[in-house]
Design a binder for this molecule. Structure first.
Ligand code: NAD
Length: 490
């Protein structure tokens, strides 16, 4: 099937600044189809001067639109959701081509982004502070006190390739819902669908200049960090890049959604018919390129042989290859370099004693869904984020052992546990050092309205429209003492 990438931004006119699509004056890069490496588009990048222009235009748009009501913000966010829905097919085709997602992963990505905009529209209408009962303190009778949420101004969003529409939606929608202007710098692997989202926002009547799009890599982020008028950096990506951004942000606020090694835990009372299909999906969907993909599956030793046998069969059955073939479950990874690194890590694990139960091979950018056991904890697959379709089985005997293993990694994003024993569930929920613990679900079982984020080297701050709006606004306290109440305080 020929991929028609729906994207009506002309090749060079790829930057959105002050509500106009313009050409970047710095350089260009080629966006590739991730299955066959064919060129899809040429994208231009901004000079430092253009980055500054984008920030100044966003500052002006923020001030010009300060009086927009929550109702008006809710309306254009709802209309954006409708505009995305109307172009679902072309968004999906773009995602299949530039991100290498399978048809079903791309459809899920688009549906979730629509949902994220709808949630943000609802939250825009009801975002509020709280009443503080100061009369409870001595000498405060007749005085009212409440808090308000104040937008920060210009927010910059820096996003990764692996959820090229929904992660972008999780930054852009709450930033606008809370009353900010936003400058988006999407992954250079997946700039096209981000441009399509910007087009949907403009079609929905988002005031000119409130949304800008810049393309490029670390140098453009560097330019955005140099601009002190950017008040907040919403980042999703690797821990290494997050650390670099945090160092330059200084006293300005950030939200860091970073890397991870996600665990699954299968206790010996788990309902395997229920758990195993979910585990396979959470390890191999999007070719394992999800920050919450199960990389290490801790399996209780009493059920290890049966889990090993059943998972081996399931993983061997997963069809890998062309993402446009409806039968394909595992498509390509993001680049030849990434495919090569993942293959090397598998080889290193096997050389240091691991058994490869399924997969292990690579064809072009497609790494066969791979299942291993007996990996050494020191091999990269045991201690670094693989971000590919590879899961390793690790036996455990006691709850303490499982908890210690999860907590021993520098990361802490999410863990999924399969058990029906309340006492064990309770211990996992209270003792694991991660942002999310899901009982009878997997680490990747995110619902978009949830507070979502990590601890330790997986970052801080929370996504989910309401929670992100709190991050992207500040609390102001207001008190009021009327004429009539003056002098009567007791
Ligand atoms: P990446 O860090 O390479 O890139 C992410 C973004 O940061 C891109 O826009 C990129 O251009 C920019 N960037 C890269 N290096 C930079 C630097 N030194 N300074 C400033 N900006 C820089 O990440 P990726 O490969 O696109 O995505 C995969 C990573 O993202 C994985 O580590 C994954 O776990 C993580 N991730 C985390 C979450 C989460 O919610 N915690 C979600 C998705 C992805």
């Amino acid at each position: 099937m020929e991929v028609q990438v729906a994207h009506n931004v002309e090749t060079a006119r790829s930057l959105l600044i002050a509500g106009e699509w313009i050409q970047g004056r710095s350089t260009t890069f080629t966006v590739l189809n991730k299955f066959d490496n064919r060129p899809l588009a040429e994208i231009s990048t901004p000079t430092a001067e253009q980055v500054r222009e984008a920030v100044q235009a966003a500052v002006r748009a923020f001030h010009d639109n300060r009086k927009l009501s929550p109702h008006e913000r809710g309306r254009f966010l709802d209309k954006t959701a409708a505009a995305l829905e109307a172009r679902s097919d072309s968004l999906q085709r773009t995602i299949c081509a530039e991100a290498g997602f399978t048809l079903s992963d791309a459809a899920g990505e688009v549906q979730r982004a629509i949902q994220t905009f709808r949630l943000a529209a609802e939250e825009a209408r009801r975002f509020t502070g709280t009443l503080v009962p100061v009369e409870g303190a001595p000498g405060q009778v007749g005085r009212m006190c409440w808090t308000m949420r104040i937008p920060l101004g210009v927010v910059a969003a820096i996003t990764p390739f692996n959820a090229p529409l929904n992660t972008v939606a999780h930054k852009v929608a709450p930033a606008l819902a809370a009353g900010n202007a936003i400058i988006l710098k999407p992954s250079p692997h997946t700039p096209l669908v981000a441009c399509q989202l910007a087009e949907a926002l403009m079609e929905a009547g988002t005031p000119k200049g409130l949304v800008s799009v810049l393309h490029g890599g670390a140098e453009v982020v560097q330019g955005l960090l140099d601009e002190q008028d950017v008040k907040f950096y919403a980042f999703t990506g690797s821990t290494e890049a997050g650390r670099a951004i945090q160092q330059r942000a200084g006293l300005r606020r950030t939200q860091m959604e970073l890397g991870s090694i996600a665990f699954g835990i299968v206790c010996d009372d788990a309902d395997l018919d229920f758990a195993l299909p979910k585990i396979v999906n959470a390890a191999y969907r999007k070719a394992g390129q999800v920050c919450t993909s199960i990389q290490l599956l801790l399996v209780h030793k009493n059920i290890f042989p049966i889990v090993e046998a059943r998972l081996t069969e399931r993983v061997r059955d997963l069809a890998a290859g062309n993402p446009l073939d409806p039968a394909t479950v595992v498509g390509p990874v993001i680049s030849p370099a990434s495919a090569q690194r993942i293959s090397d890590w598998i080889d290193q694990a096997v050389q240091s004693g691991a058994t490869c139960l399924a997969g292990g091979s690579r064809q072009g950018n497609v790494v066969a869904p791979t299942l291993l056991k007996d990996i050494s904890p020191e091999t990269p697959l045991g201690c670094q984020e693989v971000f590919g379709p590879v899961m390793s089985l690790v036996p455990f005997s006691t709850l303490d052992e499982a908890i210690t293993q999860v907590n021993a990694t520098p990361y802490g994003l999410a863990t999924g546990i399969f058990t029906n024993r309340l006492d064990e569930a309770f211990r996992f929920i209270t003792e694991l050092q991660v942002g999310g613990v899901h009982i009878n679900e997997t680490s990747s079982s995110r619902v978009d309205m949830m507070p979502y984020g990590g601890s330790k080297a997986s970052g801080f701050g929370r996504e989910g429209p309401y929670y992100a709006m709190r991050e992207m606004s500040e609390e102001r306290v207001a008190t009021l003492l009327s004429n009539t109440n003056r002098g009567k305080q007791r």
